[in-house]
Design a protein around this ligand. Structure first.
Ligand code: SF4
Length: 371
């Protein structure tokens, strides 16, 4: 089934690199998250990075609030399969140490680290290592002068802050930059990104900050990031949630999938359920989401409670399940009925079917790329 695109042509930007991940230009919009374990606890932080990688995160950010954390980055980088960004505030020595430890990206605001000499040192070290820098403007921590000029955080104040940091890096001829302009207000965030998008050609990192728990945060992020992405603005994103960081990755991909900007993992199409359902759709879908979280290939799976909508949806998906009578449900492959499944084996059978389809896709992709 073809559907009209919701999305305007992507804004033209420079490309930068975070390790092997290209950000900007026509590169896929990357999904980021951030660890919340004590960074110096290498075991716990490494495990969380691994979980985020398995969930599909393209880039993981790790905060470095002190020297122990910055020194832990070397081991974390060596063990991680995804590039790591060190998140630094104020202390240029932590940035130098994190760079020395091999991080692939820095999040630091050059205007906040003091003398020009310090900025020069950090920029030179980043340049020497091919490391990009994200300027991260946050409405909650704008410079005093800007607050005095505008009276309160405004989109223009956020943009002015970003332009100030950008100027510092450009004066040092450093352009491996991406920028974020985060506020907890969806309206302020969207307005700020729109303004900045007209003024610079650097890639933009999207996010609504302090968005709340899983449900409110996912809704706010979907609206804010969705509006911007639909206008072609945004090259990488983080959904900030007061929740397990793995959920941030899941929500990020769901936003991109809904806009057809990226395919990732199993796309489960399921009905909202009603008294006609022939099996417990909510329970089955929850178990499938959990057991199929490791699949990266874009497999479409429909799970529909009865024959009212089931066959129609099953025609559009690689694998379909339609609730039938007497505990015997219909399995579809490539839009055609191909057998029955008992209630007791629903989840196991669907997981096996999806894994088979994913393995075939993986194999075909490897043939195509010769890898
Ligand atoms: Fe109800 Fe069937 Fe519609 Fe699901 S597909 S909501 S079970 S009528």
């Amino acid at each position: 089934m073809s559907e009209p695109s919701l999305v305007a042509p992507r804004r033209a930007t420079r490309t930068i690199h975070v390790g092997r991940v290209v950000v900007g230009g026509t590169a896929p919009i990357s999904v980021q998250s951030m660890t919340n374990t004590p960074t110096a606890d290498i075991g716990a932080t490494g495990r969380q990075i691994d979980l985020l990688d398995r969930a599909g995160a393209d880039i993981v950010r790790v905060s470095c609030p002190d020297m122990d954390a910055a020194q832990a980055m070397g081991t974390l980088v060596r063990n991680a399969r995804v590039p790591l960004i060190a998140d630094i505030h104020f202390d240029y020595r932590l940035a130098l140490e994190a760079l020395n430890q091999g991080v692939q990206g820095l999040r630091i605001n050059p205007g906040n680290i003091g003398s020009k000499y310090r900025v020069q040192e950090v920029v030179q070290a980043a340049r020497d290592r091919g490391v990009s820098i994200r300027i991260g403007v946050n409405a909650g921590s704008l410079e005093k002068e800007l607050l005095a000029r505008y009276g309160e955080p405004t989109p223009q104040a956020m943009v002015d802050s970003a332009l100030g940091h950008i100027r510092i890096l450009e004066e040092l001829d450093f352009r491996e930059i991406k920028i974020s302009l985060k506020a907890s207000s969806v309206g302020m965030t969207v307005a700020a990104y729109r303004l900045l998008a007209e003024q610079v050609d650097y890639p933009l990192h999207l996010g609504i900050t302090e968005a709340g728990g899983l449900l409110p945060g996912a809704v706010k992020s979907s609206i804010g990031l969705g509006l911007l992405l639909a206008e072609g603005i945004g090259d990488t994103l983080r959904v900030s949630l007061t929740a397990d960081p793995v959920e941030e990755v899941r929500v990020g991909f769901e936003i991109l999938k809904a806009l057809r900007l990226r395919t990732h993992g199993v796309n489960i199409i399921s009905c909202p359920t009603c008294s006609r359902q022939e099996f417990n759709v909510i329970d089955v879908v929850a178990r499938l989401e959990q057991q199929l979280a490791h699949i990266r290939e874009p497999v479409a799976l429909s799970v529909i409670g009865c024959v009212v909508n089931g066959p129609g949806e099953a025609k559009e998906t690689a694998i379909g399940l339609v609730g039938g009578g007497q505990g015997s449900h219909l399995l579809y492959r490539d839009g055609r009925p191909c057998g029955k499944i008992n209630a007791s084996e629903l989840v196991d059978r669907l997981v096996t079917e999806v894994e088979q389809v994913a393995a075939t896709m993986r194999h075909d992709q490897q043939e195509l790329t010769g890898s």
